[in-house]
Design a protein around this ligand. Structure first.
Ligand SMILES: Nc1ncnc2c1ncn2[C@@H]1O[C@H](COP(=O)(O)OP(=O)(O)OP(=O)(O)O)[C@@H](O)[C@H]1O
Length: 245
């Protein structure tokens, strides 16, 4: 469970997030939507204190992150995975070496590390790519590696900042399937910032809407199943086709 209480954040004279409170219950796939500059990224980055709120508190599970020392915060962050629009993979490391990084940081012995890396890659369907380098992968595969890396330490929360925004419809589906699989099998709470309504409609069971740094609404929705496909875009284009005579 994630609980934000009266959090707010400004950058110099820009109020990115006005004071807001939001509770995300365990096991949800919670979408955060809104126009560009609405404060979505700032909000999700406050959930693991990548951005420290100017005021207010952030609780994840039984830990109040905003009250922890730097050292305790580093430890608490192990149970919060994060993925980004641009994947943030280390290019001169193989897929397996990328997934191993958070396990190295917590000092897991090599043999156990190798086993855990294989489990995570198996989970995202990329065990056969363990020796590949990021440059040899498609965008969807890169994001699945980033997800495997985020899952390595068995997090209870996965924060996704525009996870499919650099991907085409086909590779978006790959990533959404993995996120849904995580929710169904790992009991992980997932938060997704996105501007893609198809993504929200497909897998989210709750949506929060931001505008001008404010949370203007938040309500449960019925996910419709993964339905991002190119035909849908092509149909939309056909509807506005200009007929030449
Ligand atoms: N590090 C920063 N320094 C200065 N201003 C920032 C910083 N991060 C965000 N902002 C500003 O805060 C506001 C909210 O930005 P934020 O990135 O949270 O919005 P967003 O809804 O995620 O937008 P987008 O969809 O375009 O990514 C914007 O006006 C932005 O310019």
């Amino acid at each position: 469970m994630i609980e934000l209480r009266e959090v707010e954040k400004s950058f110099q004279d820009v109020r990115a997030v006005h004071p807001l409170s939001l509770t995300i219950t365990k096991g949800q796939i919670h979408g955060i939507v809104g126009t560009s500059g609405a404060g979505k990224s700032t909000l999700i980055r406050m959930m693991n204190l990548l951005e420290k709120p100017d005021k207010g508190s952030v609780r994840v599970g039984d830990k109040i992150l905003t009250s922890l020392s730097e050292q305790a915060l580093r430890k608490a962050r192990q149970s919060i995975g994060m993925v980004f629009q641009q994947f943030q993979l280390v290019l001169n490391r193989t897929v397996a070496e990328n997934v191993a990084m958070p396990l190295e940081l917590v000092g897991l012995p090599k043999k156990e590390r190798k086993k855990r890396v294989s489990e995570c890659l198996q989970f995202v369907g990329l065990l056969d790519k363990e020796r590949a380098y990021p440059s040899q992968l498609s965008g969807g595969q890169k994001q699945r590696v980033a997800i495997a890396r985020a899952l390595a330490n068995n997090p209870s929360v996965l924060l996704c900042d525009e996870p499919t925004s650099s991907l085409d419809p086909k590779t978006t589906i790959e990533v959404l399937q993995v996120l849904l699989h995580i929710q169904k099998t790992l009991d992980v709470t997932i938060v997704i910032v996105t501007h893609e309504m198809d993504v929200v409609k497909s897998i989210c069971d709750h949506v929060s809407i931001m505008k001008d740094g404010k949370l203007i609404d938040s309500f449960p929705i019925q996910p419709q199943g993964i339905q991002v496909n190119e035909d849908h875009y092509i149909e939309d284009l056909r509807k506005i086709a200009v007929v030449h005579t």
